[in-house]
Design a protein around this ligand. Sequence first.
Ligand SMILES: Cc1ncc(COP(=O)(O)O)c(C=O)c1O
Length: 438
Amino acid sequence: MNAAPTTPTTGGQADLLSVDADYLWHPWSPSRVNAETTVAVSGQGCEVRDADGHRYLDARSSGLNANLGYGCRPVIDAVSEQLSRLMTYDLGEGANVPAIRLAQRIAELTGPRLTRTFFCNSGSEAVEATIRVARFYHAALGSPERNIIVSLDNAYHGATMAAAACSAASSPFADAVAPPGFVTVPRPVPEAGPSGSDGVEALRDFLAENGERTAAVIVEPVQARGAYISPDNYLRAARELCDRHGVLLVLDEVTTGFGRTGRMFGYEHAGIPPDVLLTSKGLGAGYVSLAAVTTTEHVFDVFDRNKREMAGFVHGHTHSGHAAACAAGLAVIDFIDTEGILANVRARGDQLLDALAEVHSLPFVHDVRGRGLLVAVETDSRRRASRMRRHMRAAGVLVRRVGPNVLLAPPLVVTSSEIDRIATSLVAAAGVVGTGPG
Ligand SMILES: Cc1ncc(COP(=O)(O)O)c(C=O)c1O
């Protein structure tokens, strides 16, 4: 007979957090874990319940990924059905039906230009794979010296070595271990008004001098770190400059992809498809860990044509194209399609920005901006934004703080009354923290 388990599976917030403090190593630790850490035990719709039974409106979609909210039946059913039938089968050696069907489904959405999908398990892995694709691609075309990866100020592309090297370093150690060949250029700063920069000149100048050594430019249509929007004109200019210099344009849509901005993909606003499209959070919607690198037939063909010299694309993961994860991806796309999710994102995003208009005029609020359901209220300091986050949590609304920004990214299924609740709690928090220094 098995011994009775000695580790309780549940407990109250305080109990769990004390065990957490002894055993769990959190990502981005230790700063985020304290007595106010939400130990979530269940969720339904846009709400999560903590270990003491408190309910919160999750206006941050967990990690900007619980895009269809909690308890989304069609996705859960698709995953369980696939787990029972065949949890996975290795794409390195063979194939499985959900992976084949999901690659086809993505191509229906991104074609005719983007047709080939390589699956990974996280946004960082997708960025890592893309950097290898970009460098191998140029090497196969006879230009191995083209290895520079250009990213923008304040970008976030992930936590693995190369992905972190094209994200603004958050630790002095990160710089010390960064691999070579990564360059950052200024981002467009339209929110600074007439004194802002459109960013195009910086990219144009860099490529004029270094275009022949550059493999790829990687841009987020809306930066996850603070909802800074890359204006449509910027993306069009980046497309044109990349074409002129033979550089691959990579759009990192790990956060924006699959509906967050009110279109299926952020690039649709500017009407310019990239050479490589990266998606992840919205594709798995928090139900599974899944990411996709979707590229053109031309890029794929360079690998295919040179398979003898290059041995193909020597890259992959045990769980590339995991069957149950891909089944989730298919169910997520169906749900977005059949439930009118994109229209909801546009309507609720407009509603949120309208409701926040009144905080825009407060002296400590520098900007209120957003696209779809990726919205930021930028304050004058990190401290002020942290205080707002705390006040909103006390009022039952969870948000993310990024630098001086309060970031709002509720699930794409959020209702009109939930948007009212989010806006009301933010306006109230702004009222409380508006007095005194930041
Ligand atoms: C734009 C973007 N790229 C890449 C990543 C990295 O994704 P992951 O955390 O799944 O590795 C993130 C995560 O926040 C992101 O927002």
